[in-house]
Design a protein. Sequence first.
Length: 136
Amino acid sequence: MSRWNLILPNDVQEVPQLATFVDEVCEAVGMDMSTTMKMNLAIEEAVVNVMNYAYPAGTRGEVRIEAKSHESYVEFIISDDGTPFNPTEVKEADTTLSAEERNIGGLGIFLVKHYMDKVKYKYVNGQNVLTLRKNL
């Protein structure tokens, strides 16, 4: 098993570092470019949501991203010390509606669930822990 770690402040200006991190992990585990792009999109959605909503406005916080490769899958574990929030319980966006008819929000978690093979959330020891798994 290989491991990678990245810690970012809750500042969306740091998102390019995340893309580089995800690219490195996906390349190391042999993912094709199309899957890598989907992984980047899903993980960015999850991390940007933490950056934007986990901490009260003006509060500095961090988002920790750990990646682990296993024989048959890779997982990204996203954790933070912010407000408890379970994104897996968010009502998914109705993608059959036009953009004008849809409620704001929910599309990010829809993408995460759509592109990942398993999405799991837990709140443990004062931390939000979101685990995203993609089969190889």
